[in-house]
Write a protein that binds this ligand. Structure first.
Ligand code: M6R
Length: 609
């Protein structure tokens, strides 16, 4: 979704804004723009398309100035166009702003402002908000008061970063339910949608709360509440380094992140494993809480939901406690009887996904305890959850998640093991063997990557394919869902994950000659079942692509291709089986010459419904 940036300091703002916006490109966008407050005038440059087009356009223009705001827009209201691109200005161009999110009551605001003589030049919802801020500014002559009055009227979720022509050197901001952080450097300060945009300048950041006003001056950041009173706030140090958000020699971030999975898995486990034992007290899962938990809801979207699907099988099998997995977008609108002794686990890489956040708030309304499994430190879900388990994936830039998915799996395994241990549903021997095995996953992931070159050749067969199926049962079905999503989101090859037992109930009619039918086989009690399903697909012309555990003999003569993964405890098999599937999606996308890291229509963090 949109990326936002604000800067004031001694450097040329346009340079800082363009380089910072480039770091936010991964969020997804279709137009870009900057506004520079130079002395007492504001200059705006913006256009439809990529940042490079903007850079090209402003090469010969006057964008000098050391204070400014920038934006990458992902269109919601109004098609991508030069005019709809942000920044958006007031009628006299004295108030100029960038905006993420949605102004839900923009029609009413427009009507009101039209009554006061305002004209509208774009189709955006943002313009109504900018002109409302301008309307109050003209009355109050004070940016803070204008922002407070305006946001009391604006409905929706948003983050605004604003320049006022009469306030040179100042940048103002406010957020509600969308991320905004402030960075403080030596003689300069920043506002940004996320830390990756400013990491190269500072690691000292403030996390804004909802409905909190922020004012930037050179090297000084101030906060105010909705009554206009100054608010003290704690500065945090970001531990990610700037290198982590660079490609580091790989052609794409996705490939780099695939190769960072062993490290992400190791670090995530290491975060809760101290002196030879797992300790979940720090993440709020004391033995007493575990014992009093009667039911677990796992709530998430997209790949994070697929992690939940794996976790459901693992937790139920190990800890014998009922687990429901819920798509956040469904959970938030469903009326269902809930259990006060339940634990809701919200899984989210970004910690900002609108549906996951809303679902978590709904769980709170029902009096259910929440635990966030979150990657981005200081994100909204991390801050609002009753407790948080931070995954240690580091910044994930590619829209298609890989290392965050793998890190989330580890968090879920650890929770499953701990529930099982405390509830006495596994014995010490099993627990110890799982502890040993989970620590071997990083080296096994790397071993798979070492042998994965062959997948590039297999993927080349599917460069013109139209459809694919991914089949599995139990944990393998959960992995199939993720493998299928990886394929469709970056290669645009239509793909479906199907619980293999469902094939005969409809989907089998779609199989055509040469169609990719991937089968995941890591659960030994189900080898023969899935093998039968795959043979049925083969006899209808499907290309049989198998990911199975070394030692599984099924289909060794019938499959068109088999990729073996190392043996592991079968509860952890998803961590290994997913790797070749991520690579298949990647290689097909590369063979199709697609923008792997920024697939069309998608955004890294989905902050609107
Ligand atoms: O930031 P989140 O983990 O909450 O994001 C959830 C989904 O949007 C995300 O996993 C999405 O499905 C991925 N891009 C898939 O690769």
């Amino acid at each position: 979704m949109c990326g936002i940036l604000g800067y004031t300091g001694d450097h040329q703002a346009s340079e800082i804004l363009l380089s910072g916006l480039a770091k936010l490109e991964y969020r997804g966008y279709d137009s870009a723009g900057i506004a520079i407050l130079d002395g007492d005038k504001i200059k705006v440059e913006k256009n439809k398309g990529r940042l490079q087009a903007l850079e090209e356009k402003i090469k010969d223009r006057d964008v000098a100035g050391t204070c400014g705001i920038g934006h990458t827009r992902w269109a919601t209201h109004g098609a991508p166009s030069d005019l709809n691109a942000h920044p958006i200005w007031s009628d006299d161009m004295t108030v100029v702003a960038v905006h993420n999110g949605i102004v839900e009551n923009y029609r009413e605001l427009k009507e009101k402002l039209s009554g006061h003589g305002y004209k509208f030049y774009s189709q955006t919802d943002t313009e109504a908000a900018v002109k409302l801020i301008d309307y109050y500014y003209k009355q109050e002559k004070d940016p803070m008061k204008a922002l407070i009055s305006a946001i009391k009227e604006i409905e929706g979720s948003y983050c605004f970063v604003v320049l006022f022509q009469d306030h040179p050197g100042e940048v103002w901001g406010v957020r509600k339910d969308l991320p905004l952080i402030a960075g403080q450097g030596e003689g300069e300060s920043f506002l940004a949608s996320d830390v990756s945009a400013i990491l190269q300048y500072t690691k000292q950041v403030y996390y804004l709360d909802n409905m909190e006003i922020v004012q930037l001056n050179k090297g000084v950041v101030r906060f105010f509440d909705m009554d206009g009173y100054a608010k003290p706030k704690e500065l945090s140090e970001v531990t990610w380094d700037a290198q982590a958000a660079e490609k580091g020699g790989f052609e794409h971030f996705m490939m780099k992140e695939i190769h960072e999975q062993a490290r992400a898995v190791k670090d995530t486990f290491g975060a809760v494993y101290h002196s030879g034992a797992i300790n979940l007290n720090e993440i709020g899962l004391t033995d007493d809480i575990i014992k009093s938990t009667s039911q677990i809801y796992i709530i998430a979207c997209g790949s994070a939901y697929h992690v939940g699907a794996v976790a459901q099988y693992v937790i139920e099998d190990l800890a014998h406690i009922p687990v429901r997995i819920e798509l956040a977008s469904e959970f938030r609108y469903r009326n269902m009887p809930t259990d006060k002794n339940a634990l809701a686990i919200i899984i989210s890489q970004s910690g900002e996904t609108a549906d996951s956040l809303a679902a978590m708030r709904k769980a709170h309304e029902h009096g259910i305890k929440t635990l966030g499994i979150v990657n981005v430190v200081g994100s909204t879900i991390a801050r609002e959850a009753d407790s948080v388990f931070y995954t240690m994936a580091g910044p994930e830039i590619s829209v298609a998640t890989t290392k965050a998915y793998s890190a989330q799996l580890i968090a879920c395994y650890v929770i499953a093991m701990q529930f099982a241990k405390v509830l006495g549903t596994i014995d010490d021997e099993k627990y110890e063997s799982m502890l040993t095995e989970i620590q071997k996953l990083p080296e096994k992931i790397d071993a798979i990557l070492d042998e994965s070159g062959v997948l590039k050749r297999v993927a080349a067969r599917f460069v013109n394919a139209k459809n694919a199926f991914y089949l599995g049962r139990n944990i393998d079905y959960a992995v199939a869902m993720e493998g299928s999503l990886k394929m469709k989101e970056i290669s645009y090859l239509h793909s479906e994950a199907i619980a293999a037992g469902e094939m005969k109930h409809g989907p089998i009619s779609l199989i055509e000659k040469g169609m990719l039918v991937a089968g995941i086989m890591t659960q030994s009690n189900l080898y023969q079942k899935i093998a039968s399903n795959m043979l049925e697909a083969k006899s209808r012309g499907g290309y049989i692509f198998i990911v199975s555990t070394r030692g599984c003999e099924a289909l060794k003569d019938e499959a068109d291709f088999i990729f073996h993964i190392p043996e592991t405890d079968e509860h952890f098999a998803a961590s290994l089986a997913v790797i070749p599937l991520q690579l298949m999606g990647y290689y097909v996308a590369v063979a199709r010459k697609l923008d792997v890291d920024k697939p069309r229509n998608l955004a890294k963090s989905v902050t609107v419904e």
